[in-house]
Design a protein around this ligand. Structure first.
Ligand SMILES: [Zn+2]
Ligand SMILES: [Zn+2]
Length: 454
């Protein structure tokens, strides 16, 4: 999956919207160490839509290259980005170590924790939803809640020059409807140009209720067979949403008495702390719990493993186990060890609840591979697999169209952040809602925006 990164020229200055990392291929370093394609010193500010790695992951490289800020983001995005980037620096240094141990050069990690701290210092301008942020003479920005993850925003840049006003809206990643977790996104603001994500532009998710039912059935069937359940997740949002769900199941007596739910992700444990700081961004039910200092993500049979030793103890634990660990696309992380142990066990289940990018092990498995390489060894795929997409933090085609419908038809739609199949699928349905002008730029392509009357 390509990282999101858009360079905008306005008011004679250069801005970036996001500076994300490629995700997916095993070769973490290679694509991300490619030159950015511009001089970081020429960028006067970065507007960051949210804290997922494919949006913020290359900020430390930008800073290493001479960018001196500011980075503009919501306060929640800043807090989550600090967790995500420090974790990335950790993974990158382990990756570099692994490479040099296997004689594949002694490449220095792409960036280190020191680079991340230098980056965090540049988060100098907090953006509140709906507030005007001056960027340059005649140029201003607005952040609006995108409902995707905590702190996520769509960003509008407005430029006024010689009596001409151009409003460009970057959707960022958009949240999916029908989930009961974050407060709903703000309706999009009218704009002349809309740059929008199309991750699920060609398909619709199953409903949240159907997905919950399917998950419940898969977990209980696995436990009846005496197997473990593995759910690869990214630390932000979906993990907490699942914990909230399992907490409710626990109260209903769903789990066998000796069953344990393991959260094997130190990053997810830290993210939960950040959530408590921003209770007002959640639905009233969760907000009330957080305000009462009740932890909506905790219950008695939940075991959190912070250290690698805690993680190893899961292997020897007795009783049915449900394990949540990263990475969400099986491109590394602690889940690899659990999967290596269980992949040839037909009684166990591997449940995907999120998007699996091209080139990842997750995608290979979803596409039906019968044999895969895990941690250097060839394995038969015998584990029971399920793909349940109603938990996605991403809008599906219907949600994207609803989002489009709630604003005036823009002069131009620029479709981005999706595999070509989903971008093309989305482009085909746009004329149905009167959006007749759209384009799908190639990586590195520049687009000169049409001048529109004020
Ligand atoms: Zn995202
Ligand atoms: Zn994204």
């Amino acid at each position: 999956m390509t990282g999101s990164c858009y360079r905008v020229t306005a008011g004679g200055r250069e801005f970036l919207v996001d500076c994300g990392m490629f995700q997916g291929h095993d070769d973490l370093g290679h694509e991300n160490s490619q030159p950015l394609g511009f001089d970081p010193r020429e960028i006067s500010a970065v507007l960051l839509t949210h804290a997922h790695l494919d949006h913020c992951g290359r900020l430390p490289l930008l800073v290493k290259g001479g960018f001196r800020g500011p980075i503009i983001a919501t306060p929640a995005t800043r807090d989550l980005a600090s967790i995500v980037l420090l974790d990335a620096a950790h993974i990158l240094s382990e990756h570099a170590l692994h490479q040099s141990r296997h004689g594949r050069g002694a490449d220095a990690p792409l960036y280190t924790a020191t680079d991340v701290f230098d980056t965090l210092r540049l988060f100098q301008i907090p953006a509140e939803y709906g507030e005007r942020i001056p960027l340059a003479p005649g140029v201003e920005a607005f952040f609006h809640n995108a409902g995707h993850i905590l702190g996520s925003a769509s960003v509008q840049i407005v430029e006024r020059q010689g009596g001409v006003r151009t409003r460009t809206l970057f959707s960022g990643d958009l949240g999916s409807s029908g989930r009961s977790f974050l407060s709903p996104p703000a309706p999009p603001v009218d704009s002349d140009v809309v740059v929008m994500e199309t991750t699920y532009g060609d398909r619709n998710h199953r409903s949240y209720q159907d997905s919950v039912a399917e998950l419940r059935e898969t977990v209980s069937a696995t436990f009846r067979r005496g197997g473990s359940v593995l759910i690869p997740t990214f630390a932000l949002e979906r993990t907490q949403e699942l914990l909230y769900l399992f907490r409710a199941w626990d109260r209903e007596g769903f789990f066998p008495s000796d069953a344990r739910v393991y959260l094997d992700s130190p990053m997810a444990i830290r993210s939960t702390d950040v959530f408590e700081r921003y209770s007002r961004d959640f639905t009233p039910e969760i907000r009330d719990m957080l305000d009462r200092r009740e932890d909506p993500f905790h219950f008695e049979r939940l075991v959190m493993s912070r250290s690698a030793d805690d993680s190893r103890r899961i292997n020897t634990a007795k009783g049915p186990a449900l394990i949540l660990a990263g990475s969400g696309m099986l491109s590394g992380g602690r889940m690899m060890y659990h999967l290596e142990r269980e992949i040839e066990n037909p009684n166990a289940s591997l449940i995907f609840v999120g998007y699996q990018g091209e080139g990842t092990l997750g995608r290979t498995l979803v596409d039906g591979a019968r044999q895969v390489r895990i941690l250097g060894t060839q394995r038969q795929v015998r584990i029971n697999m399920a793909m349940i997409n109603g938990f996605s933090a991403h809008a599906d085609q219907k949600d994207l169209l609803d989002w489009c419908r709630s604003m005036a038809v823009p002069g131009l739609a620029i479709l981005v952040h999706g595999e070509s199949r989903s971008m093309e699928g989305f482009r085909k349905v746009l004329p149905e809602i009167g959006w007749n002008r759209s384009t799908m730029p190639d990586m590195g392509e520049s687009i000169t925006l049409p001048a529109l009357p004020p």
